[in-house]
Design a protein around this ligand. Structure first.
Ligand SMILES: [Zn+2]
Length: 162
């Protein structure tokens, strides 16, 4: 059992069925909308009966998450649900742990100094910033879609550790 004042739960918590204290569990409406499997839904219903809460994220904190995600270029990888759950974790930053299996979510969480733990996967050990690499001449760039040198498409790569 994980004993923290608040546990902010991404959809993976309900999909994987993590053994955590439901009373301290908080999630956002968009996570609940994402729970398609009946088993994940049932896990949420049980947690809700035991005191789990669903709270909308604060719009100001959503903006803060987007700002950091833009900086680290994780924004392309984040869904609205990811942004919502990060904003909720940011709100309870001092007293919570965020459970998520999404690498982009984990990356932005680390940048925002949110306690983050994986539900099933191993946690990334370093923060990564994304860059672009040409699929033709293999030169590296900070951004863009087309290589200014040879005209080939650029693909996203992990650029450096912060
Ligand atoms: Zn090129």
């Amino acid at each position: 059992m994980i004993d923290m004042e608040h546990i902010v739960a991404d959809s993976a918590v309900f999909i994987m069925g993590k053994d955590i204290n439901s009373k301290s569990l908080i999630t956002v409406p968009s996570v609940i909308d994402e729970l398609k499997s009946s088993q994940a839904n049932m896990r949420f219903q049980l947690a809700a009966e035991e005191g789990a809460r669903v709270e909308s994220p604060d719009p100001g904190l959503v903006k803060e998450v987007l700002k950091v995600a833009r900086y680290s270029s994780d924004i392309e990888e984040l869904s609205q649900t990811d942004v919502d759950i990060l904003a909720k974790a940011l709100e309870y930053k001092e007293s919570s742990v965020l459970f998520s299996d999404d690498y982009a979510v984990q990356n932005v969480a680390v940048l925002l100094k949110i306690n983050v733990k994986p539900v099933s996967q191993k946690k990334i050990s370093d923060v990564l910033v994304w860059g672009k690499k040409c699929t033709g001449c293999k030169k590296r760039f900070d951004g863009g879609d087309i290589c200014p040198v040879c005209g080939s498409a650029l693909k996203k790569v992990r650029k450096r550790k912060v």
